[in-house]
Design a protein around this ligand. Sequence first.
Ligand code: KIV
Ligand code: NA
Length: 266
Amino acid sequence: MKRLTVPKLREMKGREPIVMLTAYTMRMAQLLDPHCDILLVGDSLGQVIYGLPTTVPVTMEMMCAHGAAVVRGSWHSVVAVDMPFGSYEANPQQAFESAARILKETGAAAVKLEGGEAMAETIAFLTARGIPVIGHVGLTPQAVNMLGGYRARGRDEAESDKILADARAVSEAGCFLLVLEGVMEEIAAEATRAVACPTIGIGASASCDGQVLVTEDMMGLFERTPRFVKRYDDLAGRVTAAAAAYADEVRNRGFPGEEQIYRSKK
Ligand code: KIV
Ligand code: NA
């Protein structure tokens, strides 16, 4: 199977829904890849893998290491890597250097960065220089210290207008995909109509051109997840049961059994 490309993904708007999940490791990438169009190495790995309180402390080193692992574990999906907080906001030159490093060190095809109108110039700068960019507007977790939390966005008219203006700005700047996070259904629908590129929703209703979730959330690895997460499995329950069964067998000398023991043929 040949790997999907950025232009092919872009052409999916209005034709077929785009399937995206996060992946941080080689093995998870291998398992998810055949089912997805795009694998996102999200900076959500800060919380999910490293136990950090927010995505703010995530580093370029983390993104590059996990990005490379996901590329090694995939052959079909487009792999996109989040640009971590502090690696792109200062100016387009800073963003280009960070994005180029990510593509060179990981082999991923695209980067994602958060922000609307304020990031439009940077997105145009990167795309003009050969770096495909995914936009991300609405609830932007790297701005948690400004937003004061993770409440869904667009509850009043001023907030809605701002999100729509942000969506238009990053799309006109040339992003090939736009993540809409935590926004009211009406905004997602209007933004999806208004922009040329496909929109990918997370907590942004069914009116987007595609959907993304954090894999560990939708697999049920965490007790507490936002309302927009649908749980497709109970990984936490399965891991707990497997660990408990192993612990029991070690303690009652049920493991290792005959099949797991090496014996010399004397
Ligand atoms: O970091 C992440 O996982 C993301 C997606 C959930 C969109 O940005
Ligand atoms: Na992210």
